[in-house]
Design a protein around this ligand. Structure first.
Ligand code: FMN
Length: 336
């Protein structure tokens, strides 16, 4: 496709968040047009067969999904599968609408093929997202909904906030992710501690009579002893893990990024996230969605071989363009 020579320079000449808005705007404009998804699918290349698998009781046509944060409010869920994704994860969605952090809050680090973001859960809120998902065509691939927490929610109210958010959205998603690992909401990552996480998962499961799979998304910055306890809690009260969110580490990027608050994603996260999948896999048989710095079929295969059942991408979509998904899929089948 013409992404690298044409579209990327154009988008990279814009502020990163503005570029995202342009792409998202174009996709949501295309979504309702008959034949647009088929055209986008044809433009982004052939999608191989034979990569299907069933994980936490859901059948996936391939193991490569879209990570949370690209489509925070679910507006693109009908059109994103045209890029070849085997599943789409929308969100994070918070209970109440909130604007997120002041701009600028998204930065490109092109020399490291990375992004730094401190979006801070800009969200339309659960009710509007639920209405949107109910009124638009359903995603043709399994839909995950990632749940976040409003900035002004007291930690003691987190269990009921997550449970209420889940209840509002529960009919619309195939699996749900409890995000307790974004570095951009003060105190959020402390909820990875056993007592807090148990209370959150118990509250969400009490609101989950339909037994939708509930996954916990974890930080690559967790200490070893905290990881073991978190995995045990997840085994007891949930159905899987998303490994991992962005890192507050600045390993692999220039010095100047140390002072820019936010989570680092993309290539510098690859090694750390792969190691974390291996550590998690050594502790549990629970299903794992692996993400962080996956840019190629080799990266995806390595993550799957390290113990992930499925993988997901975000940052490589920005650098490689929309054809990257099917490129990864073709590489995974061994054909190009
Ligand atoms: C701009 C941006 C926004 C993100 N927003 C969220 C979010 O709302 N919730 C979440 O769980 N993860 C969010 N993430 C993290 C991604 O889902 C993913 O875990 C991380 O970027 C690592 O994958 P990657 O290296 O393929 O991008 C965001 C990432 C980026 C770059």
């Amino acid at each position: 496709m013409l992404y690298e020579p044409l579209l990327r320079p154009l988008l990279f000449s814009l502020d990163p968040e503005r570029a995202h808005e342009e792409v998202a705007g174009l996709m949501s404009w295309l979504a309702p047009i008959p034949g647009a998804a088929a055209a986008l699918s044809a433009l982004t290349g052939r999608s191989p067969r034979g990569l299907g698998k069933t994980v936490f009781g859901i059948s996936f046509s391939n193991p490569v999904g879209l990570a949370a944060g690209f489509d925070k409010d679910g507006a693109l869920a009908p059109i994103l599968p045209a890029l070849g994704f085997g599943f789409i994860e929308i969100g994070s969605v918070t209970l109440e609408p909130q604007p997120g952090n002041p701009r600028p809050r998204l930065f490109r680090v092109p020399e490291s093929r990375a992004l730094v973001n401190r979006m801070g859960f800009n969200s339309d809120g659960a009710r509007l997202v639920a209405r949107r998902l109910a009124s638009q065509p359903k995603s043709s691939v399994p839909l995950g909904i990632n749940l976040g927490l409003n900035k002004n929610t007291e930690p003691s109210r987190a269990p009921s906030a997550y449970a209420r958010t889940f209840r509002i959205l529960s009919d619309h998603g195939d699996y749900f992710v409890i995000n307790v690992s974004s570095p951009n909401t003060p105190g959020l990552r402390d909820l990875q501690k056993v007592r807090d996480l148990s209370a959150i998962l118990e509250a969400v499961q009490a609101a989950n009579p339909g037994h939708k799979p509930i996954l916990v998304k974890i930080s690559p910055d967790l200490a070893d002893e905290d990881l073991a306890a978190l995995v045990e809690t997840t085994e007891r009260l949930a159905q899987g893990l998303v490994v991992s969110n962005t890192t507050v580490s600045r390993e692999g990027v220039e010095e100047k990024w140390r002072d820019e608050a936010g989570g680092l994603s993309g290539r510098p996260l690859k090694k750390r996230a792969t190691e974390l999948v291996k550590r998690v896999r050594a502790m549990t048989k629970l299903p794992v969605i692996g993400g962080g710095g996956i840019e190629s079929a080799e990266d995806a295969r390595e993550r799957l071989n390290s113990g992930a059942d499925l993988v997901q991408i975000y940052t490589s979509l920005v650098y490689e363009g929309p054809s990257v998904v099917k490129k990864i899929l073709r590489g995974l089948t061994g054909r190009r």
